[in-house]
Design a protein around this ligand. Sequence first.
Ligand SMILES: [Zn+2]
Length: 315
Amino acid sequence: MSMPLVAVDLGGTQIRAGLVQGGQLLHRAARPTASERGVDAVIESIAEVVRQMWAAAGQSGLPVGVASPGPLDPRTGIVFEAPNLAGWYNVPLGERLSQVLQAPVVIGNDANCAALGEHQFGAGRGVRNLCYVTLSTGIGGGVIIEDELFEGTAGAAAEVGHMTLDLHGPRCNCGNIGCWEALASGTAIAAQARAAIAGGRPTRISQLAAGAPVAAAHVTAAAHQGDPLARELLDRAGTVTGFGLVNLAHLFDPDLIILGGGVTHAGDLLLEPARAIFATHAMPNYRRTCRIVLAALGDDVGLYGAAALAARRLA
Ligand SMILES: [Zn+2]
C-alpha cells in the first residue's frame, strides 16, 4: 500500500486539495484563491487545505505536492511569474510552504503535473513516451520520455504553446510572434471572435455572451449550434493545433499525444481539422505510431498530477 499524499492544485480562482493514496482521490477540499489578499494570505490558505487533508488522513506531516501556475523552477520551488495570481513574481512557494507546514513540499508547473497525472492515472497509463498539451486560457504542455518527465536545464521544458506556427502571426504575450498560444488558445479564439464581430460579421456568438465579454466557451456553444463564424474560428484553431501536433510528433516520436483543457470541449469541431492536418503533414511513420486522444482526468488532472509528482520526489 503506497503512502498517502496531499495534492494541491493552485489555480487563479480556486485552491483545491486532495488526499491521494494508491491512485485514489480519497478526500477533497477547496477554497477561493483570492490572490488580491496578497501572497502570504494565499500561502496560508494552501496550508489550511493541507491541514484539512491531514486531519482527514488522521496523520500530520504527510508530503505535499503542489501543481502551480508557472513558469517556475521545480528544483528550488520558486514561482517566477503567475499571470493569474496578483503580485506573484519570484515567490519561493516551496520553501515558504514547507516552513509553514513543517513538512516536505514539492512544486511543479501545472501543465507538467497534468502530463504526469495523465501518464500515471489517466489516458497515458502504460505508455512510455507521450506529450500532453493543454488547450486552455493559454497553451501549455508536458513531455514524458521513457516514463520520466522531461524538465530541461531550468525545469522549464515543454512550453509547447510558444512554438511559432505563423511567422507573420500576432505578437504573443511572451514576446515571440505567431505562437501556437497566440493563434489557438481560448484567449486567442475569443479575441478573433471579438475582432470579427467588431468587423460586422453576423453571428450568434454575441447573443450567447449576453452582454458579457465574448469568451471561447461562447464560440464553442455557437459552433455546436451551427454558427458559421464560430465553426470557422474553431476550424482554424484546430488546423493550427494540427501543425503543433505534427511538430511534437517529429520532435519526440511519442506513442501518444493527449489533449486536455477547456478548448477541447469543442470536440470534433476542433479535433477533426487537427487530425486531418496530422494525417497529411506528419511523416508517414509518425502517422502510424502516434495516436491523438483526449485527456481522461478532467478537472482533477492537477490533483492527480501533483500527487504523481510528490510520489516521485518525496515518497
Ligand atoms: Zn508565445
